[in-house]
Design a protein around this ligand. Structure first.
Ligand SMILES: [Ca+2]
Ligand SMILES: [Ca+2]
Length: 359
């Protein structure tokens, strides 16, 4: 109906004005053509926003905006992509640029027509989609987010409020820290072509820590720095074990998500007298930094005292090295994998000393 009505009007104009289909300069132009339809990428996803330009012979002859994967409306009287061409020459081809990228579809321009033309854009011509690191997830207190996969010469823009990135938004420079839950969206813009990548988004859930963190360090006697790993650290509430961990190479330890309360930190490993820190007060969201603890070595038999029994044990393994019969690592107080004078010297230093478990 629409087409017939328009053709009728065109015919009337020709009759009234006496113009021929081939217009000379100054003549009344022919009726425009109108287009509408869907706009999708070649993977089937809709192009959400942007602009469509109609091009004939390299000249822009009309443009309209994209809304939720559509341009124009099929309904009479509603907006369409109106394409005007000054002369009604048969065979003129209309091409369509979707956000600067030529769609795979084209159509022969015909004055006065209204045509549905679904446009498809090849994703390969767009900048690569950026990637989040980490790509969303659940975190405690905060998370630091990086954006990768940004081609050289391009910039990534991101938002934290769920809106689509635009050139007036935030340019990504270095990883940023989130302390509240939300959705991060990012897209890459290539300023040399004026093209945007697709938008990528990721949801980050940030849970506030219920408890606090206990952190400290241990220096086991007789060992060289960097070999302090594996000392047991236990968090006690009265006599009840709440948490446990072991030291890293540098002697440090950390226990997270400790509920509020007052605790004892007990440090105990084979060969060493135990040591404890009383009255460790933990509050939610904060970190307790405990002083370094020096662990005394020489308790070969594990009774948390150093004395004659340990001396006997040392003698029974005297002069033995790792791999030899009679060697016992519990007597190797300095960790050099052999039993001898250096270990005896350490034993003497701590003679008659007691650990924290002995009243
Ligand atoms: Ca002992
Ligand atoms: Ca030794």
């Amino acid at each position: 109906m629409m087409q017939r009505a328009l053709l009728l009007i065109a015919g009337l104009l020709v009759m009234l004005l006496g113009v021929s289909p081939h217009l000379a300069a100054g003549d009344t132009p022919p009726l425009p053509a109108a287009y509408y339809g869907s706009v999708t990428y070649d993977d089937g996803n809709p192009v959400q926003t942007g602009t469509i330009e109609a091009v004939i012979d390299g000249a822009i002859c009309g443009q309209t905006s994209i809304s939720n994967g559509f341009y124009g409306s099929p309904n009479t009287g509603e907006q369409k992509l109106v394409v005007q061409y000054p002369e009604n020459i048969p065979g003129k081809i209309v091409c369509f640029m979707v956000n600067g990228v030529e769609a795979g579809q084209s159509v022969e321009w015909q004055s006065g027509t209204s045509v549905r033309l679904d446009l498809v854009v090849n994703k390969a011509s767009l900048p690569k989609v950026p990637a989040f690191s980490p790509n969303g997830g659940i975190f405690t207190n905060s998370v630091t987010v990086g954006i990768d996969n940004i081609a050289s010469g391009c910039d990534a823009y991101y938002t934290l409020d769920g809106s689509d990135p635009t050139l007036s938004g935030t340019v990504y420079k270095t990883p940023f820290t989130l302390t509240a839950s939300g959705t991060v969206k990012a897209a890459v813009y290539d300023s040399s072509t004026g093209l945007w990548s697709s938008i990528t988004s990721a949801a980050f859930t940030i849970n506030k820590a219920v408890g606090g963190t206990v952190r400290g360090s241990v220096v086991p006697q007789g060992l060289s720095a960097g070999k302090f790993a594996g000392i047991n650290v236990i968090l006690l509430s009265g006599s009840q074990q709440i948490s446990s961990t072991s030291t890293l190479n540098d002697g440090s330890y950390q226990m997270d998500n400790v509920t509020e309360g007052i605790y004892i930190v007990m440090i105990k490993s084979d060969k060493y007298l135990s040591s404890k820190i009383n009255g460790v007060s933990v509050s939610a969201g904060s970190t307790v930094n405990l002083s370094p603890v020096n662990l005394l070595v020489g308790d070969a038999n594990g009774d948390d005292m150093i004395g004659g029994l340990d001396f006997s044990a040392l003698l029974s393994a005297w002069n033995k090295s790792e791999g030899q019969s009679g060697y016992n690592p519990l007597n190797d107080f300095n960790g050099d994998k052999s039993i001898g004078g250096l270990d005896f010297s350490l034993l003497l230093q701590n003679w008659n000393k007691k650990g924290a478990t002995i009243p």
